[in-house]
Design a protein around this ligand. Structure first.
Ligand code: OSB
Ligand code: MG
Length: 372
């Protein structure tokens, strides 16, 4: 494909409810929409970096810089036949996985539209509906957490994830567990503990949780292996895994028994498939994480989660759970069996709601082979 034009748009999406994690509370979610035109076909990608570097080091500011200065000029100079070419081409850019993944997703959308194949087909997905759950932010009290969980169960979600941080952890998880003894339940600490302070989480090991997600720092692979040895509940790594290599090392070190795959965090969809395949060979379950995506990134997550070893429900909730106004015309809804249907139109299978996009856009810049 010969890339003719790339448009970046910085978006600020207004959440229906504040979302609190161990690294902060947000009312709005920023991201970058990447629009690629190649051979007359336009594809979309979502770069999931947020305004601030609380989840990882990337921000919309760093991602814009890396895209503008390095990734976009590079793709204008190359002939790319498949998105996996792109990943090899930009390997020389160290890190910045979210910036790479945003552009790569748009290339997949273009390729799918050119070939008349859905992203699910391009990635080798099988399921046409994928099991999903909901990720609930930290609340001011255990009772408030329980009330919110009850509301989502009423809507039909069959798997709940509770965000936790020191002091807002055991009591809320125990309350939800005692109220719903059979619920598929898991927690996510977003790196809020150290090997020492994580001792406070030992009571969670009695609650039959599916997994405990990212208790320790991103670069604490070794300490995660020490912690896993103290817990019978599987530890699941999110922030720590940036590549198939990290995934292999974490498994060899027994730092994790489950992996949360987010295409943004690992440099794109093709790397996500590699991690999926590696885990499948070792009978290690994976699931699709979420970054509060718009309809664009949500469509990609659904396609990814349709691969066979995505054996735990994903953090891919219905569109209505997130934003006052999404930027796609297609809105994803929850099926009664706690699944969401995977799009099957060519590419991502979504179209852009232009007026909504315009309302969410803070800044746009167009790059062509002449000005990049
Ligand atoms: O750690 O999984 C996480 C959102 C932003 C940053 C990190 C995380 C999350 C979520 C949201 O848990 C999941 C979703 O998109 O519904
Ligand atoms: Mg997480």
């Amino acid at each position: 494909m010969q890339i003719e034009k790339v448009t970046l748009s910085l978006l600020r999406m207004t959440l229906k409810f504040p979302f609190e994690t161990s690294f902060g509370s947000i009312d709005t979610r920023d991201c970058i929409l990447v629009e690629v035109t190649a051979d007359g076909v336009t594809g979309y990608g979502e770069c999931v970096a947020d305004y601030d570097p609380g989840y990882g080091y990337e921000t919309t500011g760093t991602a814009w810089h890396i895209l503008e200065e390095f990734l976009i000029p590079h793709v204008f100079r190359q002939d790319i036949t498949h998105p996996t070419d792109f990943m090899n081409l930009v390997e020389w850019v160290r890190g910045h996985q979210m910036a790479k993944a945003g552009l790569e997703m748009a290339l997949y959308d273009v390729l799918g539209k050119q070939q008349g194949k859905s992203l699910r087909q391009l990635l080798g997905g099988e399921k046409d509906r994928v099991p999903v759950g909901v990720s609930i932010g930290i609340k001011p009290s255990p009772q408030a957490m329980l009330d919110v969980a009850a509301g989502y169960l009423e809507k039909g979600y069959q798997r709940i994830k509770l965000k936790i941080k020191p002091g807002r952890d055991v009591a809320e998880t125990q309350l939800v567990r005692n109220t719903y003894p059979d619920l598929a339940l898991q927690v996510d600490a977003n790196s809020a503990y150290t090997l020492e302070t994580a001792e406070a989480l030992l009571p969670l090991d009695e609650l039959g949780l599916l997994l405990i997600e990212q208790p320790l720092a991103e670069d604490d692979l070794w300490d995660h292996s020490q912690l896993q040895a103290q817990f019978s509940t599987p530890i699941c790594l999110d922030e720590s895994i940036h590549s198939p290599r990290h995934a292999r090392q974490a498994l060899e070190m027994k730092a994790t028994r489950v992996i949360n795959i987010k295409a943004g965090r690992v440099g794109g969809l093709s790397q996500s498939v590699s991690i999926h395949d590696l885990c499948q060979e070792q009978a290690v379950p994976v699931w699709c994480g979420g970054m509060l995506e718009t309809g664009v990134g949500r469509a990609a997550n659904l396609a990814l989660a349709s691969l066979p070893n995505f054996s735990l429900p994903g953090d891919i909730s219905a569109s209505e759970r997130y934003y006052h106004e999404d930027i796609t015309n297609e809105l994803f809804t929850l099926n009664p069996d706690s699944t969401i249907t995977v799009p099957d139109l060519p590419g991502l299978g979504v179209t852009i709601n232009r007026p909504a996009l315009k309302r969410a856009t803070l800044r746009t810049e167009i790059f062509t082979s002449e000005n990049a």
